[in-house]
Design a protein around this ligand. Structure first.
Ligand code: AOF
Ligand code: ZN
Length: 331
């Protein structure tokens, strides 16, 4: 299953609105003989890729997959049929498919005499490669990760507005990886005016990643001519509203599942106020500024009992910085 999770991670960002799923096939002796992951929408599912990779060696074997195999005719035929036809005798999956159209695969397989087990590494998968997709199926809107980089005293720029390289090279590289796996990067018009960000996913040497997320600029009013976000290195969408729910509805209609919200403080505050931040990813640098804008603007909190309470999921070092991942306490 760890191999299947890694395969799923490898295609994250390329499958929306479908889930990034990974699958490995073991032969009758338990030897890993096939690997597969979900192809872009309309393409084969993970199981079909792994079965093709395994060929005849799949007969009498086991399929290990991060999501319950689908039982429906969607853009592709049911994976349950493919598993049966290949002679698979055992299926182990992590997470059940919450999509009512595709669900029921486990029952179909069991009905065909295949040994089915579910739940293996389910938490790891649900928090990892399937996090955004599961959220989007259950809540009918994209998953929003608000990412920011701040000083230890919570500031995202110095008093004069300069903000370059608060966080370390390591953290900046991580952010480019995050961008490369997101469906869309969202910023407010204010951030474009203040920082003129390119909002592309780039390698350490500055070269653009093969796949670029949709760049989204929220807010009324024009952007300066020559703004980097308007260059042709990636697609850019203007959403001329200040309503976060409306922004997410527009993105949902475009098949966006996984949103990376990159600021600034005003837009992040509006998303938090609307209860539309599903995860906070903070890169906190060991530096003090003492003045300058803070990461989050007004977010509907005027008294301590109204604070947005979070639960920390993980704390790791990112070079010299601390990376904190937190989710709303209600989840
Ligand atoms: C699987 N394996 O690798 C994926 C699954 O439009 P379709 O035909 O591609 O079906 C999309 C639905 O199938 C999707 O909403 C989800 O329920 C399931 N995705 N299922 O067995 C896979 N990506
Ligand atoms: Zn399928």
């Amino acid at each position: 299953m760890r191999s299947a999770v890694a395969l799923a991670e490898g295609v994250r960002g390329t499958t929306s609105p479908n889930p990034p799923v990974g699958c490995v096939v073991l032969d009758a002796d338990g030897v890993l003989v096939g690997r597969g992951a979900t192809q872009p929408p309309g393409g084969p599912h993970a199981e079909v890729m792994a079965l093709a990779d395994a060929g005849e060696r799949a007969r009498g074997g086991t399929a290990v997959v991060t999501l319950e195999p689908c039982a429906h005719h969607g853009r592709t035929p049911p994976c349950t049929d493919a598993l049966r036809a290949a002679g698979i005798v055992r299926v182990v999956h992590a997470v059940s498919d919450p999509n009512p159209v595709a669900a029921g695969g486990a029952e179909v397989l069991a009905g065909a005499g295949i040994d089915v087990a579910s739940g293996l590494l389910a938490d790891e998968v649900a928090r990892g490669p399937l996090r955004a997709w599961l959220h989007h199926v259950r809540c009918d809107r994209p998953h929003v990760t608000w990412k920011y980089a701040a000083s230890l005293d919570g500031r995202v720029a110095a008093a004069d507005g300069t903000s370059r390289w608060i966080s370390s090279a390591n953290s900046r590289a991580e952010v480019h990886e995050l961008r490369g796996k997101a469906d869309a990067i969202v910023v407010g018009r204010g951030t474009v005016l203040a920082d003129d960000p390119a909002l592309t996913a780039r390698a350490a040497d500055g070269t653009a990643a093969a796949r670029q997320p949709l760049r989204v600029v929220v807010g009324r009013g024009d952007l300066p001519e020559g703004a980097r976000v308007l260059d042709d290195s990636a697609e850019t969408l203007r959403v001329r509203t200040h309503d976060p729910a409306e922004v997410l509805a527009v993105l949902r209609a475009r098949g966006v599942v996984d949103v990376l919200l990159e600021g600034g403080p005003t837009l992040a505050g509006a998303f938090a106020a609307a209860g539309l931040v599903d995860r906070v990813l903070a890169y906190v640098a060991p530096t003090l500024l003492g003045a300058g804008p803070v990461a989050l603007g007004a977010s509907g909190v005027s008294t301590i009992t109204a604070a947005h309470r979070l639960v920390v999921e993980g704390v790791t070092m990112s070079g010299p910085d601390v990376r904190i991942s937190a989710v709303p306490a209600r989840n």
